[in-house]
Write a protein that binds this ligand. Sequence first.
Ligand SMILES: *Cc1c(COP(=O)(O)O)cnc(C)c1O
Length: 388
Amino acid sequence: MKKLQMVDLKGQYEKIKGQVDQSIMDVVNSTAYINGPEVHGFQKDLEEYLEVKHVIPCANGTDALQIAMMGLGLQPGDEVITADFTFAATVEVIALLNLTPVLVDVDPKTYNIDVDAIEKAITPKTKAIVPVHLFGQVANMDAIMDLAKQHNLFVIEDNAQAIGADYTFKNGKKQKAGTIGDVGATSFFPSKNLGCYGDGGAIFTNNDDLAHTIRGIVNHGMYERYHHDVVGVNSRLDSIQAAVLRAKLPNLDMYNAARQHAARKYSEALSKSENIITPTTFTHKKCDVKCSICDTCDCHVFHQYTLRITNGKRDDLVKHFQEKGIPHGVYYPIPLHLQKAYADKRYNEANFTVTNQLVKEVISLPMHTELEEDQIEYITTEILKIVD
Ligand SMILES: *Cc1c(COP(=O)(O)O)cnc(C)c1O
């Protein structure tokens, strides 16, 4: 059996080495290291892939979220509702901009933001909702978009974990995750589903005016050289990273399909145990056409494969994995509303029953494009020894 790894970036690289090495050397030789043709080329390729009007590359996913919020003109004191169960970057940028984060509970099946909880949290100060497509599963965008329309709120999708996922609306229409709300943000951190070899990120929108505003914000608030109309930032995707991403983008559907295949194998082995809840996937019966990346037509691209261990043995499993050298992760061990930086007297524990439980039960298994069946068999056998 090959050595187990949480992610296998080397194995993935080796399969495309010739092309990636050439692309990187072309940038090195061109000396167009900043805003070179590769950046514009990648932008166009990604616009085409996502079927979105505008992609604005930037330096990382956290910047992408921050810049999206700046572009929408959110003002200090505006309330922004997001999920209590996510990576801290989502809430961090809300707080940094002096907006007021309002954390709400998540759905126990999908771990994504709970739509009823959003509705209850809306006040006259609410300006935006930030759904996070956690672990690769698209949030309930049908209901979120309806709610946003009803209350005149912006929707900013944190798509750092779900690039390439298709979302199928109730009426059968399909759209790529991150292109559904007013604006979407993603990360190209190396371990993400589309990762570069350093830091990178991008913002997506179909709104021409917003795209124009954001293109200025990422470039020091300049719309004309040395005219600074708004306070901006410096956030760029560098040309070498763009070249890597351009080489990898044509493989993204295949990469996501490999993740889905591994997820199916894990779930086949683990769903027999009554102490384990495997990730929920949805089959959209209304689709008559099978989507390009999977044969079940679900909208989960498995950035993480995350189980719930419901008999209190999660920590025993962590210990067993440590002893056996099996890589794993607990995403996330502490709900955001209990983090020192984001605690707020207004929060009531009774409103966070799901996140408070998830943090005790979740464990994420190795998940990447190079996983092999004997590895999955070994990992699932070791899990059942402890949990069953
Ligand atoms: C990775 C991630 C980010 C931040 O991306 P960086 O590129 O590391 O800044 C934001 N939100 C979520 C949900 C993430 O997983």
